[in-house]
Design a protein around this ligand. Sequence first.
Ligand code: BEZ
Ligand code: FE
Length: 271
Amino acid sequence: MSGNERVTKVTVDVIVALHEVLERHRVTEQEWLAALRFLTEVGRHDEFVLLSDVTRSSVLIDALSHQAEESSATASDVAGPLYREDPPWREPPVKIYQDYEGSSNGEVLFVAGQVTSTGGSPLADAVLDVWQTGPVGGYDVWDPRQPAYNFRGRFGVDESGHYEFQTMVPQPYTVPTDGPVGRYLELRGQHPWRPAHIHFKVDAGGHERLTTQVFFPGDPYLDNDTIGAVKPALVRPLTRHEDDRALAQRGLDRPFYACEFDIRLRTASGG
Ligand code: BEZ
Ligand code: FE
């Protein structure tokens, strides 16, 4: 089916479904105009991805796009609207943040793992691109105390596909609530919280790009993510290290956490 045919087919079905809803609820002129004004505002505030996320449409599209994948591949997850293009390249030892006012109360975290194919072959040309919130203030784009691209970065792996980066344990946070989508959430009585997580995009030659997120056990929003994006396979334990030798090895003077996250990529279709 050509692109145009598919657009026509899906669009016709969307309009039929929409008309059915308008009829069933006897939507008034006033209500319809209010709905159109709301969508106009969503566009003006660049919140369509956010709307897709909080209505759980993004999670549905992710499931539809990846449901047939091999189970040994790392599970995908939605990207959300907070990705920034062209994050800085970080050389080893990779550290993706600078300290800022308030961050000293946060906990240092080392995330490490191996990138392989689903068959277990190391992918030495893999590139990871990660982004997350800091321990306070949320994403860099929301927090004037943080330098640009704080808690973001791209980096490679070693010849056996291993990576490691130093970050801080992220905290649960609320999706933006100061725009039209915030008003929608309020109206629906839907809370705006997401469990703490780290986003990943992972690329390697001949393999499909993986976009995913990692979550941590015990988070109060694991079963209650406002965008419904938590997958049990993506919840990874945090191990606390506090003995003097481990601290000395890391050059740290306070306990830190470690998290293992191995990543298995599918072979590109046709590759
Ligand atoms: C995020 O995880 O960055 C995110 C996802 C959905 C809405 C807002 C933020
Ligand atoms: Fe996020």
